[in-house]
Design a protein around this ligand. Structure first.
Ligand code: SF4
Ligand code: SF4
Length: 303
């Protein structure tokens, strides 16, 4: 069994308790317009071209069998012609061309994680499954989590909440110590507009997860990614605060907005026109405003 992995990143201090190694899965059932990892959205390998790294040698254009690379093309690579043979990656001397996504087995990943086990043990850390959506390939995630637990590694899953509950309860929950659960937009129509799917399943799964956590000891942390003009609106934040209280959950993490994602979109050939407000950092006062709006629940800020 293999899964497409975007990256495995060690020494993370931002993705759960202690020092963690984060496994980023590739593929997500949502399509959030502000996704911080746009290269993780598609569940297929992709070609990335980094203009900043390119030295203009055109070795890639010479080897491309499809004539998909043209210096006069603003996007450099014609994504319609490109068949993802990755011959250009092999010859690129600067690393400007790269393959996004690697097929890995559970054993491949585990071998990497075990190297970091001494750091987990000394710091109270562990492994974090992130993405993309790590539960999109739920049987793979289950096997990986089981192997982690067999090796006494703390496990955390960062999820959009868009999964089949019965599969989660049987295959994930028994091997999961902690869940970071994103709640982005409380209004269903807004959720469809900005995330591409209804939030019905996400909210329903969250309620069930809070219930399960009381019996199983899984620690659940709801999180709201703050996005200017979309999720960071008063009506949305008060709506989510009310929903959390209704579920008996009194803590929430607010995630700071990172506007660097549009550059990543361009690298994988996604040139969607982006609202200017989404390309700027959120001012400090905006975070304070969001915290005040959510003052009925205990708020922590997260980078
Ligand atoms: S991946 Fe293959 S087809 Fe696509 S641009 Fe590179 S060499 Fe051409
Ligand atoms: S081979 Fe690499 S460095 Fe040379 S033009 Fe192509 S992308 Fe740029």
């Amino acid at each position: 069994m293999k899964s497409l992995i975007l990256e495995i990143k060690g020494n993370s201090l931002d993705d759960g308790p202690g020092i963690r190694t984060v496994v980023f899965f590739k593929g997500c059932p949502l399509n959030c317009v502000w996704c911080h990892n746009p290269e993780s959205k598609k569940a297929v390998m992709e070609l990335s071209w980094d203009k900043k790294e390119c030295i203009g040698c055109l070795a890639c254009a010479k080897i491309c069998p499809e004539n998909a690379i043209d210096i006069h093309n603003v996007n450099f690579v014609d994504r319609i012609k490109c068949t993802l043979c990755f011959k250009c990656v092999e010859v690129c001397p600067s690393g400007a061309m790269s393959k996004v996504g690697t097929e890995m087995t559970v054993e491949d990943i585990l071998q990497q994680l075990l190297k970091d086990k001494p750091f987990f043990d000394i710091s109270g850390g562990g492994v974090t499954l992130s993405g993309g959506e790590p539960l999109m390939n739920i049987s793979f995630a289950s096997e990986l989590l089981q192997q982690c637990k067999n090796n006494a590694i703390h496990t955390l899953v960062e999820t959009s909440g868009y999964f089949n509950w019965n599969e989660f309860e049987t295959c994930i929950a028994p091997y999961c110590d902690m869940v970071y659960y994103d709640i982005k937009l409380i209004d269903e129509e807004e959720h469809k507009k900005y995330c591409g799917v209804s939030n019905e399943k996400i909210l329903s799964n969250f309620k069930k997860l809070v219930g399960l956590s009381k019996m199983s000891g899984i620690k659940v942390v709801p999180r709201i990614p703050l996005v200017p003009g979309i999720t960071a609106k008063e009506q949305n934040l008060t709506g989510i605060a009310a929903f959390l209280q209704e579920c008996g959950m009194h803590n929430v993490e607010l995630l700071r907005y990172n506007p660097l994602w549009p550059e990543k979109c361009v690298k994988v050939g996604n040139n969607t026109i982006i609202d200017k407000t989404l390309t700027q950092w959120m001012p400090h006062e905006e975070y304070e405003r969001c915290k005040r709006i959510m003052s009925e629940v205990n708020v922590t800020m997260h980078c």
